[in-house]
Design a protein around this ligand. Structure first.
Ligand code: SAH
Ligand code: SF4
Length: 375
């Protein structure tokens, strides 16, 4: 709007129409004067949001979507819907205020305001859900156990493409903001902190326009220190929770499975995490992928416990059993080893949860997002 010589508030009106009223075309943005709408249309401007192009359904209720991004190349990005979450967010529920829903209490605009009592016809088959959102197409970080890494980085997603994934899923699942318990995890394809500006712009759209609470959003990073530092400087009203992909008990093993550790070793990551001013009851999550024989031994659990305790941060560990992918040279840990790893952490006073693998049969689980089209 600025570039067209229009006042900045016109841009805000368009954002409101797209993300709050969710209109589909310029002619319906009735807050803009008709003459401006006509002028924009004549000049070739369009508005729109990404749409779901393909759906893969898992036997466990998870759905994986290929979402079409508008643009010259017909590119798709992946988003995952997990009714009832993946188990690990239960730990977060305990931390939220009782009865907390996913709307920002201070949000002036919530769809639910006009929704009234829920129509008994519209009772949903889920009471809680998690949406896993992508921030890039592919990823440049090259973690050795991750299928997305095999794509390399294809491109960053725009803020609209990131926030648009959420709205596309909301539309499909008829999510009512302020009523339904939906968590967002920025844990899909890509490294959010290597696309920081667009990622945070998307979060601002989701908080300020859509009306979601940042306390129900978690961003996961492989440990991009400048990104963590920038997140620490964000105002608390829009800062999502933070999860760090620790994935190894020490720098030696971590550098082997996550080459990025050579640039930012564990200590540097933890120093950056310390700069985040946590909200009351908020904890930092350390994600930990269990690779059979590589990171899943009892001594590794003791090392992780020491490491996490030394951080002196309110923290919890989310364990993720490695999800297999073609051409990746690791093995899945067996259930007994996973359970003893978890118990070892708990015995060492570290809260530990096991993330349920969701949608493995449709390549929807952690580290499996690679735009696989069979499924
Ligand atoms: N790029 C960000 C967020 C996306 S990955 C990050 O790495 O944190 C989300 C989580 O999935 C990370 O914790 C990552 O370590 C984990 N992951 C990647 N590949 C996996 C696999 N094959 N099996 C299980 N977890 C995996
Ligand atoms: Fe990228 Fe995360 Fe996969 Fe590492 S685990 S390659 S950072 S998506």
């Amino acid at each position: 709007m600025d570039a067209l010589g229009e006042p900045a508030f016109r841009g805000r009106q368009i954002a409101e129409a797209l993300y709050c009223q969710r209109v589909e075309e310029l002619s319906s943005v009735t807050t803009l004067p008709k003459s401006l709408r006509d002028r924009l249309t004549a000049a070739g401007w369009r508005i729109g949001r990404p749409t779901i192009a393909q759906v893969f359904q898992s036997t466990d209720g998870t759905e994986r979507y290929l979402i079409q991004c508008p643009g010259p190349q017909a590119e798709t990005v992946e988003t995952v819907w997990m009714p009832e979450g993946d188990g690990s967010e239960l730990a977060d529920e305990e931390e939220s205020a009782p009865g907390a829903k996913n709307s920002a209490p201070s949000s002036p605009r919530s769809f639910a305001d006009k929704a009234g009592e829920r129509d008994p016809q519209s009772i949903k088959p889920w009471s809680r859900a998690t949406i896993c959102v992508s921030s890039q197409i592919g990823c440049a970080v090259n973690c050795q156990f991750c299928l997305t890494a095999k794509l390399g980085l294809q491109r960053n997603l725009s803020a609209g493409e990131i926030a648009g994934q959420v709205l596309a899923v909301f539309d499909r699942q008829q999510v009512e903001v302020g009523r339904d318990r939906v968590n967002l995890v920025f844990m899909g394809m890509g490294e959010p902190f290597l696309n920081y500006d667009n990622f945070m712009a998307a979060v601002r759209l989701l908080v300020n326009e859509v009306g979601l609470s940042p306390q129900r959003m978690t961003v996961s990073t492989s440990g991009i220190v400048p990104g963590i530092e920038r997140l620490a400087a964000e105002p608390p009203e829009i800062r999502p929770r933070l999860a760090i992909s620790l994935n190894a008990p020490n720098n030696e093993v971590r550098a082997e499975v996550m080459p990025i550790n050579r640039k930012w070793p564990i200590e540097a990551v933890i120093d950056a995490v310390r700069q985040v001013r946590l909200r009351p009851r908020e904890r930092v999550t350390f994600e930990y992928v269990l690779l059979a024989g590589v990171t899943d031994q009892p001594e590794h659990a003791r090392e992780v416990a020491r490491l996490v305790r030394r951080t002196n941060l309110p923290a919890k560990v989310n364990l993720i059993a490695w999800n297999p992918g073609p051409g990746i040279p690791y093995a899945m840990p067996d259930p007994a080893t996973i359970e003893s790893f978890k118990q070892e952490l708990i015995a060492n006073r570290i809260p530990a949860y096991l993330r349920k693998p969701r949608g493995r049969d449709i390549y929807a689980a952690c580290g499996q997002l690679k735009r696989t089209v069979e499924g």
